[in-house]
Ligand binder design. Structure first.
Ligand code: ARG
Ligand code: GLU
Length: 690
């Protein structure tokens, strides 16, 4: 018995010890490679990242800077999430061609749709340049001097780096400025839409199911990369050819079961794993609640109108999704932080840190860090909230206020003629997806969070509520334009608030935030020196990372356990005819009734839809491939479970899970639902388990 207990303890410890982290692909040799193999991986570090030979990394692209996509055919076919291609799908949609509602499938290359501005970027190589970037720095320098030395060094490194003419170089800071890496990249700019399921599949469950499990969303879309005659990056041209990748991922038809190794390879955006307890407290108790409240108010207005008007539904699709996504995430993050007692646990960790400081005689160097955080956060809390509320109202939820901000920037630009011209384009962009009734409703709902004086009458007279009158206001000499501008009702209403923001709020925020950032750098150094045995990985910073784990269910609350795999049966269970979120297309119901699943069902004759893993992911990992022990594609990452979204600050292997679409569901929809078998034929389908 006792022996068993010890073994059990050992296994449990091993499990949690091997979880969490977003690792730098060029540094996997050693610890990570061993850990991955102990979790079931058969891959070597070189299979994943190699500069001299093709490797998995050559199939992974940064999709438009915010998501991830992977190459899945020798003809440049790439897979990402439906919600990552959402903006493009929306912009090709109209009341006549409602691709959001009906889906889109190019049946030949001629039918593939170009997307202005969309790009996919690959990593050619990664280099540690810390020594060059930190050269000449010493502890006697002020923070400002340090930063300017770093940026001078960094620019020098970038300028001197040898690269091909079609490549770029980028420098990124890791471990809060303790390490620097240089990335050589290739950016492809001719990316065409190939396929997207209807929203009732690609966004099935919408906001009700967003961030939760059990999940039944087929959150995928397909694009294709085009390159010039030399297979190099190029702007859109009819003559471009499908890109021939250095590597593309074979697709496994064998699926997963609980305990299988999984690895997620992509571009996580931002995490903050080394915050002091006082910061987590500020975020959960002040920052998240104010954001949640403002967005909830805006969503109430937008959602109601989207449900009754197709025109508004198409226009507001992306905006609504963006607002709703973070809104629900913050609620989940707060839940998870409370449920896992994260603040308390972080305090206990800090006590361990303090104790170790004493034992190692490092109190003099690092003993003031934690008390200093407490003091700085007290001073910073109010201005952070004030600034954030302004951003939510003026930049994120209300378009009229957003237009006044842009107008203010135009009025203060160095080259007014140019600024007026680019303002015209910006207004055209905004008005393409604008509805004045919705925006006025949003204004009335959100402005009280920033200013009690809510004057909605500006909507009656302001030129900006209508594209023609807004463009007319911008006609004439700059002096004339600015005179008209300063007579506009919305502009004169907003201008004092905007001036306060730029002249007072933002400078005060920066002044109070800077010492926190600087202290966080020192804290990171201190942690790694004082507690070297802890698990340290660099916070996400939109660079390519590897995270790994296993397929696992979880227990969100007492007596409840979620199996790690969901099935098409669950889609049908959730089906509500005609519903805004849970309608299911007739064709999919027919396939289900006929059990017409082709080669895409599992051994029990069921079509898997989504599955869970312990991979440590965040925003930006959307569209990332889930890869099996041998390097085949098994899933498409698109979300995390609600209780686990706190993993951005506090990864807890008990409840943090990422959610992936099973690739067999993707193939089933492409083949059986859309009839786009030609796309399946491009791929390499494999049976690694047979
Ligand atoms: N929650 C996922 C992510 O963070 C999916 C979002 C899709 N958008 C939505 N509003 N349902 O991006
Ligand atoms: N849906 C997220 C994204 O767009 C990924 C989910 C997450 O935040 O983990 O990147």
């Amino acid at each position: 018995m006792r022996f068993l207990k010890i073994i059990f303890f050992f296994i449990a410890f091993q499990l949690s010890a091997q979880q969490g982290g977003m690792w730098i692909p060029s540094l996997l040799e050693g610890m990570n490679e061993t850990e991955m193999q102990s979790l079931g991986s058969k891959l070597t570090a070189k299979d994943i990242y190699d500069v001299n030979n093709s490797s998995l990394k050559d199939a992974i692209g940064h999709f438009n800077g915010g998501c991830t996509a992977e190459v899945i055919s020798p003809k440049g076919l790439i897979l990402t999430n439906h919600h990552c291609g959402f903006g493009q799908i929306q912009s090709h949609s109209s009341l006549e061609n409602d691709y959001l509602k009906d889906g889109f499938w190019a049946m030949s290359s001629e039918e593939e749709l170009p997307n202005e501005g969309l790009y996919v970027e690959f990593i050619v190589s990664i280099h540690d340049v810390t020594d060059s970037v930190l050269m000449g720095l010493d502890d006697t320098m002020t923070e400002t001097d340090k930063q300017s030395q770093i940026s001078k060094n960094g620019n020098g490194v970038l300028k001197d780096w040898a690269k091909e003419t079609w490549q770029d170089v980028k420098l990124k800071s890791f471990f809060k400025g303790n390490q620097y890496f240089l990335f050589v990249t290739e950016r492809f700019e001719d990316i065409r839409l190939v396929g997207a399921p209807p929203t009732s599949i690609g966004k099935f469950g919408s906001d009700t199911d967003n961030w939760v499990f059990p999940r039944h969303t087929g959150d995928f879309s397909l694009f294709r990369i085009y390159a010039d005659a030399n297979n190099r990056p190029a702007k859109y041209s009819k003559d471009n050819k499908p890109y021939k990748p250095k590597h593309f991922l074979p697709v496994s038809l064998d699926g997963v079961e609980e305990g299988d190794f999984t690895m997620v390879f992509g571009f996580p955006g931002r995490t903050d794993e080394y915050l002091p307890a006082v910061a987590i407290e500020h975020i959960t108790e002040a920052y998240n609640p104010t954001n949640i409240a403002i967005r909830e108010a805006a969503l109430k207005v937008i959602d109601a109108k989207m449900k009754t008007s197709d025109d508004v539904r198409i226009k507001y699709a992306s905006k609504q999704a963006r607002i709703a996504n973070a809104w629900k995430k913050w609620i989940g993050e707060n839940l998870g932080i409370k449920k896992s007692n994260a603040v308390q646990k972080r305090r206990e960790f800090e006590a361990t840190f303090t104790k170790a400081l004493k034992e190692k005689g490092m109190e003099d160097t690092y003993g003031n860090i934690l008390p200093e955080f407490d003091r700085l956060y007290k001073d910073y809390a109010a201005i952070n909230i004030k600034r954030r509320n302004f951003i939510e109202v003026f930049f994120i939820t209300n378009e009229l206020m957003n237009m006044t901000i842009r107008a203010y920037q135009m009025e203060n630009a160095k080259a007014p003629e140019k600024a007026i011209e680019s303002m015209k384009n910006r207004l055209k962009g905004i008005h393409k997806n604008y509805d004045v009734t919705v925006d006025k409703g949003v204004f009335e709902a959100v402005m009280p969070f920033y200013n009690k004086n809510v004057d909605a009458s500006i909507y009656e007279t302001s030129a900006f509520t209508n594209l023609d009158s807004a463009l007319k206001l911008l006609e004439g000499e700059p002096s004339e334009v600015f005179k008209k501008l300063n007579n506009d009702a919305a502009y004169t209403y907003a201008k004092p608030m905007i001036e306060e923001f730029y002249n007072e709020t933002n400078p005060e925020f920066q002044q109070k935030n800077e010492p926190i950032t600087a202290l966080q750098t020192i804290y990171m150094t201190a942690l790694m020196k004082v507690l070297p045995e802890e698990r340290y990985f660099p916070d996400a910073n939109s660079t390519l990372r590897v995270t790994y784990g296993q397929v696992r269910g979880y227990s969100p609350r007492d007596a409840v356990y979620y199996n790690p795999v969901s099935y098409l049966d669950g889609v049908i269970e959730k089906y509500v005819p005609g519903d805004y979120e849970f309608d299911v297309p007739q064709k999919l119901r027919d396939l289900y009734d006929a059990k017409d699943y082709g080669q895409y069902a599992d051994a029990n004759g069921k079509v898997p839809v989504c599955f869970l893993g312990t991979n440590h992911t965040t925003g930006g990992n959307s569209g990332s491939p889930a890869i099996d022990a041998e390097g085949n594609l098994i899933g498409l990452n698109f979300d995390r479970v609600w209780e686990g979204t706190m993993s951005d600050m506090n990864y807890d292997p008990e409840i943090c899970r990422n959610i992936m679409v099973d690739l067999r569901y993707v193939l089933f929809i492409v083949d059986k639902y859309a009839g786009a078998k030609h796309l399946i034929d491009e791929m390499t389908l494999v049976h690694p388990k047979k």
